[in-house]
Design a protein around this ligand. Structure first.
Ligand code: NAD
Length: 261
C-alpha cells in the first residue's frame, strides 16, 4: 500500500468494524477523522459526532471538515431490530448523503468504500421493488417508499440491497466527474456487538447454519483488509464492485452443485 500518510474519514468508528478500520489507519500514521453518533474514544486524529438519520447533522459535518480527503470508509449501520425507517435512513440514505457530500471533498484518485452486507445479496431480483427507494433522496421520500413497501420483507435486507445498487450507480459518475472510485464490501456474520441483534432479527438458527457451513463467523480482522485494499491506490481500476467477504458462503449458495473433491 502507499507509504504517504493519507487522510481518511471513517463513519461508524465508535464500534466493531468501523473502530477496527479507524485503528488500522491510525496505527499506520494516517490522518483519521473518526465519526459516529456516539462520542468517540477510538484512536484517531480527530473525532466528530453525526446522526446519519438527520440530513442537517450530515450537512453540518460536511460543511466543516474541509477538503483534501483520500478515503471515505462508510461503515456505520443498524440492525433490523431498529425501527424500519431508521434502518433505511441510516443504512441507505445516510450513506448516500455522506457519499455524495464527500465527493467534492475527496482528492482525485480517492475512493468511497461502504459496508453493505450479504443480507443484500438479492439486490438483482429486488430491483423492480427497490427502484422507488433508490429514487428517494431525502427522509420523506424514504418514508413514503416504506409506507407502500412489501409487508414483512426485512428492512435491513432492503437497506443493503439499495446500498449495493446505489453504489454501483454512483460509481460511473463519481469516476468521470471526480476521479473517485465507489465500491461496497458485504460481510457475512461478523463477531461485533451488532451480532446479537442480528440473531434476534434474522434468527439464531439461520446464523448458526452459516457458521456451520464455513466453520466460524468472521472477525473484524477478516473485513478491514478488504476495506483497506479497496480504498488504496493499488485498487485503482476496481470501481462499482460489491465484494462478499463471507468465507465463501454466498458463492456456495448461488454457484450450483459443489465440485466433488
Ligand atoms: N457484524 C455483522 O455481522 C455484520 C454483517 C454484515 C454487515 N455488517 C455491517 O457492518 C457495519 C458495521 O457494523 P458492526 O458490526 O461494526 O456494528 P456495530 O454496532 O459494532 O457498529 C455500528 C456503528 O454504527 C454507529 N451508528 C449507528 N447508528 C448511527 C447513526 N444514526 N449515526 C452515526 N453512527 C451510527 C454505531 O454507534 C456504531 O458505532 C454495519 O453497516 C452493518 O450493517 C455487519
Amino acid at each position: 500500500m502507499g507509504s504517504d500518510p493519507r487522510r481518511v474519514v471513517v463513519v461508524g468508528a465508535g464500534s466493531g468494524i468501523g473502530a477496527a478500520t479507524a485503528a488500522l489507519f491510525h496505527t499506520r500514521g494516517d490522518h483519521v477523522l473518526a465519526v459516529d453518533i456516539k462520542p468517540g474514544d477510538t484512536p484517531a486524529t480527530e473525532h466528530r459526532q453525526v446522526d446519519l438519520r438527520d440530513a442537517d447533522s450530515i450537512g453540518e459535518l460536511l460543511a466543516t471538515i474541509g477538503e483534501g480527503w483520500d478515503l471515505l470508509a462508510h461503515v456505520a449501520g443498524v440492525p433490523g431490530t431498529a425501527p424500519d425507517s431508521d434502518v433505511l435512513r441510516i443504512n441507505y440514505l445516510g450513506v448516500r448523503l455522506m457519499a455524495e457530500g464527500m465527493l467534492p471533498l475527496l482528492n482525485p484518485g480517492g475512493s468511497v468504500v461502504a459496508v453493505a452486507s450479504t443480507a443484500g445479496m438479492a439486490w438483482r431480483q429486488r430491483l423492480p421493488d427497490i427502484e422507488g427507494l433508490i429514487d428517494a433522496v431525502d427522509a420523506s421520500g424514504v418514508d413514503a417508499w416504506l409506507a407502500d413497501a412489501e409487508p414483512g420483507y426485512p428492512a435491513y435486507n432492503t437497506s443493503k440491497e439499495a446500498l449495493i445498487v446505489y453504489a454501483k450507480r454512483l460509481s460511473g459518475p463519481a469516476w468521470t466527474k471526480y476521479g473517485v472510485r465507489v465500491n461496497t464490501v458485504s460481510p457475512g456474520p461478523v463477531e461485533t456487538p451488532i451480532l446479537t441483534d442480528f440473531e434476534q432479527s434474522m434468527g439464531k438458527d439461520a446464523l448458526d447454519m452459516v457458521r456451520a457451513a464455513v466453520g466460524r463467523h468472521s472477525t473484524v480482522d477478516d473485513i478491514v483488509p478488504a476495506i483497506d485494499f479497496l480504498g488504496s491506490p493499488d485498487a485503482r481500476w476496481i470501481n462499482g464492485q460489491n465484494i462478499e467477504i463471507d468465507g465463501g458462503f454466498i458463492a456456495s449458495m448461488i454457484g450450483g452443485a459443489a465440485i466433488r473433491l
